[in-house]
Design a protein around this ligand. Structure first.
Ligand SMILES: Nc1nc2c(ncn2[C@@H]2O[C@H](COP(=O)(O)OP(=O)(O)OP(=O)(O)O)[C@@H](O)[C@H]2O)c(=O)[nH]1
Ligand SMILES: [Mg+2]
Length: 667
């Protein structure tokens, strides 16, 4: 049977077309009937994957080619889900390395290829998207050779077959002028170059678990590969746990993978990828082995987490209003459940209410939070923090390799931004197409919030990709967001009138009519300091008539932050409140009078004598005077001269005034 099996993982950088190629392989192997309607990227089956258009979990599918069973593991391309790729590589004998014909190898291509070469797997290179107008397949092939050499590939690994494909139309070619119209050349390359699985069916049973699933009828399902021996339905077996304990159990169900379905099997031989039931208590990395002579397999080693975040129960005044699961016990149970299937995260709890969750990146943690929120959880999360290590008495921090692809015009801005975040440029390639590729090494801390800043600076034209590179000595302080927050100073419902007056001070995050509480962040202050504002102020109604009183106000559309943007935005003294219905930003300390203005702890708070949406302003202690209030009058901050120096002035007489008077009438 083994001669008739091939196990292969499909690996690549994010969006290079892995799932699309698997779609085409499924279609052409006759898995679906002629009239069956099949969704695009059918392997991306969970809601979040479909919404975001990315693969999050590695999944197995099986197709047949001339009587040979080909098990394909589709893997995620995003670096945060690298743990999934590492596990997938454990259960296959070869990889299809997909590379975009225009983008060429990118950081995650390097990472996944490095892992595949370390695991001594046979590679097949597939240059995909050859239909792109900017495709440059020959150059990309050269870059792939360079990458293999750079990664110290062995002689036999360098001798890889190359195919050119259009995954969307389901065509693979052995050369660019090959007239092929389907994926036959790809299937043939798999048959010819990927070795059939080794293993002795008569040896002691050894099957290792690479993934877990759950069925309402059967309980926990272990997904893995039989490496040695034979596994039968109904067998009495032993589970070798990671802690060395041995548990006897009976296999109550045995499945193999056929297209998108699992089919019942009675027997599995070396090389077969299977899902088994009857293994309650088993976790990833453990071995299913003979009950008489148990023989565990070596553990699956995967890379350590690099980033951590605190998850706490929701303590805001709105806690419990929108979610179903709100207690710390609910949180603990959910995180424990996550640990079972997600081996690349760690959870520690400092206090009964606080959990430190660590993972590979912001996206991985954001996906976990998003899943919890959809399941009905309420929680509060803090700013992501980098996990440092002490090596030889020195504090070390993770460093990433960052590749930025941007139009030539923005090189200056990008280099400047990276410089301020301790990024060091290691390479610059200009392909002559008007775009350049810049490579940096930058502490992982420096990446937090960088994406949105660079996208703003380059008008959305830059593409950023990063990859964990290793550890370097602590690089010192890195300045973060240069702006402060606009913080609601009382509870209530936001009004259009108040927002209108505030929008000159920065960017607003809430719509009119939103319920807010004291300490909730409602916008980004254009200045460095935080500003407590009254965003619920109603327009005063008077009997006085004024020609300008009822002028229509124009509101700038608010910037409604999604979960990732909110996590990127917050600082150490701020948190994100996540509920099934809302994402709110808040200060850790809600009461304004208990909070010292950030970085201006010693600076005086001053009250403007009239006007302004909120006349309390935190003042930059480095200068003696500042503008405040809607009129931009000059205020002295020196205690001895805390009186108004100049009367309110109009815009006309103060052209440099940063805040413009609005003709709203008196209120
Ligand atoms: N023009 C063109 N587009 C393609 C081709 N293959 C895939 N795409 C498109 O590329 C995008 C990404 O495809 P996916 O299959 O989701 O890529 P992926 O590698 O699975 O992405 P992740 O799983 O998120 O890493 C989709 O919009 C596809 O339609 C191709 O051969 N030509
Ligand atoms: Mg995918």
């Amino acid at each position: 049977m083994s001669q008739n099996t091939r196990n292969i993982a499909i690996i690549a950088h994010v969006d290079h077309g892995k799932t699309t190629l698997v779609d085409a392989m499924l279609r052409q192997s006759g898995i679906f009937s002629a009239h069956e309607e099949v969704a695009e990227r059918v392997m991306d089956s969970n809601d979040l994957e479909r919404e975001r258009g990315i693969t999050i979990l590695a999944k197995i599918t099986g197709v047949r080619f001339h009587g040979t069973k080909i098990n394909i593991v589709d893997t995620p391309g995003h670096s945060d889900f690298g743990g999934e790729v590492e596990r997938a590589l454990k259960i296959v004998d070869g990889v299809m390395l997909l590379v975009d014909a225009s983008e060429g190898p990118l950081p995650q291509t390097r990472y996944v290829l490095m892992k595949a070469l370390e695991a001594k797997l046979k590679p097949i290179v597939v240059i995909n998207k050859i239909d792109r107008p900017d495709a440059r397949a020959p150059e990309v092939l050269n870059e792939i050779y360079d990458l293999f050499i750079d990664l110290d590939a062995k002689e036999d690994q360098l001798d890889f077959p190359v195919l050119y494909s259009n995954a969307k139309t389901g065509v693979a070619k052995t050369s660019l002028d090959d007239p092929s119209e389907d994926l036959r050349p790809l299937f043939e390359a798999i048959m010819a170059h990927i070795p059939p699985p080794a293993g002795d069916p008569d040896a002691i049973l050894q099957a290792q678990v690479a993934n877990l699933d759950y069925s309402d009828y059967l309980g926990r399902l272990a997904i893995g590969r039989v490496f040695q021996g034979t596994l039968r339905h109904g067998d009495e077996v032993a589970i070798c746990h990671l802690n060395g304990a041995i548990q006897k159990t009976k296999i109550t169900k045995l499945y193999s993978f056929e297209g998108l379905k699992r089919v019942d099997e009675t027997i599995a031989r070396p090389g077969d990828l299977v899902a088994v039931a009857g293994v309650a208590g088993i976790t990833i990395g453990e071995t299913i082995t003979s009950a008489e002579t148990p023989k565990p397999m070596p553990l699956i080693q995967i890379d350590e987490p690099t980033i951590g975040m605190t998850f706490t129960v929701n303590t805001s005044p709105f806690a419990g209003k929108e979610g179903q699961f709100v207690t710390s016990r609910n949180l603990r149970d959910r995180l424990d459940k996550e640990l079972l299937t997600n081996v690349s995260i760690r959870v520690e709890s400092d206090t009964p209410e606080t959990f430190r969750v660590s993972g590979r990146g912001e996206l991985q943690l954001a996906i976990l939070i998003e899943m919890m929120r959809r399941e009905g959880f309420e929680l509060t999360v803090g700013k992501p923090e980098i996990l440092t290590k002490t090596i030889d008495g020195k504090k070390m921090e993770p460093v990433e390799m960052l590749v930025i692809d941007c139009p030539e015009d923005y090189i200056g801005v990008v280099i400047e931004k990276l410089g301020s975040r301790k990024g060091k440029m290691s390479k610059m390639v200009n392909n002559g197409s008007g775009r350049v590729r810049l490579e940096f090494h930058i502490p992982s801390r420096g990446l937090i919030g960088l994406r949105s800043e660079i996208l703003t600076d380059t008008r959305g034209t830059a593409i950023l990709n990063s990859l964990f590179h290793g550890y370097i000595e602590w690089q010192g302080e890195i300045p973060t967001r240069p702006t402060g927050s606009l913080v609601a100073d009382r509870a209530g419902k936001t009004t259009g009138n108040a927002i209108f007056n505030l929008q000159e001070r920065g960017e607003i995050f809430v719509n009119p009519g939103t319920e807010v509480y004291e300490g909730m962040i409602v916008g980004e202050n254009a200045r460095q300091s935080d500003l407590d504002v009254n965003i619920v102020k109603e327009k005063k109604l008077t009997n006085m008539r004024a020609s300008s009183a009822d002028e229509a106000i124009r509101l700038v559309p608010p910037k409604l932050l999604n979960l990732e943007q909110a996590i990127e935005f917050i600082r150490e003294d701020e948190m994100v409140e996540v509920t099934p219905k809302s994402i709110r930003l808040r200060k850790k300390i809600l009461k304004a009078n208990q909070r010292s203005p950030r970085r201006y702890a010693s600076s005086p708070r001053i009250q403007a004598s009239r006007g302004g949406v909120n006349r309390s302003v935190a003042v930059d202690s480095s200068s003696d005077s500042t503008r405040c209030g809607r009129w931009g009058g000059m205020m002295s901050t020196s205690p001895a001269r805390r009186t108004k120096l100049s009367p309110p002035i109009s815009k006309a007489s103060a052209p440099d005034c940063s805040i413009v008077i609005c003709s709203l009438g008196w209120w």
